[in-house]
Write a protein that binds this ligand. Sequence first.
Ligand code: COA
Length: 280
Amino acid sequence: MTPARRQAMQDTAIDDVVDWWSTDISDIEPGLIRLRGYPVQDLIDRAGFVRTIWLMVRGELPSRDQASLLEKALVAAVDHGPQAPSIAAARMAATCGVGLQGAVSTGVGMLGDVHGGAGQQSMHLLESIDSASDSVGMKDAVARSLAELRRTGRHVPGFGHRFHPRDPRRDPLLQAVAEHASRGVVEGRYLAIAEELERQLAQGRSRPVPMNIDGATAVVYCELGFPPELGRGLFILSRSVGILAHSWEELQSGRRIKGPIPRRLLPAYGGHPEREVPRS
Ligand SMILES: CC(C)(COP(=O)(O)OP(=O)(O)OC[C@H]1O[C@@H](n2cnc3c(N)ncnc32)[C@H](O)[C@@H]1OP(=O)(O)O)[C@@H](O)C(=O)NCCC(=O)NCCS
């Protein structure tokens, strides 16, 4: 390296390094921790966990009412038992010697577009209907979206459930949104869209297809102004609690190498019957 090059690097190095991890979130110096400008000791004293989550991802503290609605959504999605692939996978990982961290990250790593992703897709749907409502009215915008989903053979994200005829998390969440809307904490626009979706989806069916946890939390997160990607992030945050609890329970059992089905059962084999390897 030429001396001139070395000198040029030295002249800019400190600023470059300082700016490399520039952030608006946390300000840390020896003996000082400020999050979004608030000393952490004050947050510990007065903010609470849910308001701190909002502060961290949104930049400002929410009102108590906003935080209470967010908290309900976070509580609702905390667990769905080992029927959920992410929980089952975390529990299996916990028996494989990868420790608590390995088990939790296995479970979280399975929350993708198909398992755990319907909430984000539901938020996109609610937002697109909301935008279209300006020109064609809300009911028509809902009808058009449903027709488009039917035409392309897709299910409506946030509706229906494998084994809950009516998801027990739906009513308390929607009631909370309605109650917050009546006090002006949220507008209730997305609640109205989701309820209209549910009404139109049920038309002509013998059994309705009620909103599920992903649909109901999508309503909460849209009403609170979270973008869809953050909705997925909040779901992951919430479900991580269940994943942690299940991983810990399985670790404590001391069981080793737990497979997906009890050992006395075997997966069906549908391949070629036994045959001889050719000798030449
Ligand atoms: C979860 C899901 C896979 C369950 O589907 P399922 O096992 O077929 O549910 P059911 O057997 O109760 O379905 C009954 C009927 O409702 C329909 N249905 C179920 N969910 C639907 C949805 N979201 N949109 C449109 N129609 C739906 C089914 O196609 C079926 O119709 P049919 O009677 O004409 O055949 C499905 O509801 C779905 O894909 N939902 C969207 C994704 C989602 O929100 N996932 C998160 C689940 S917590």
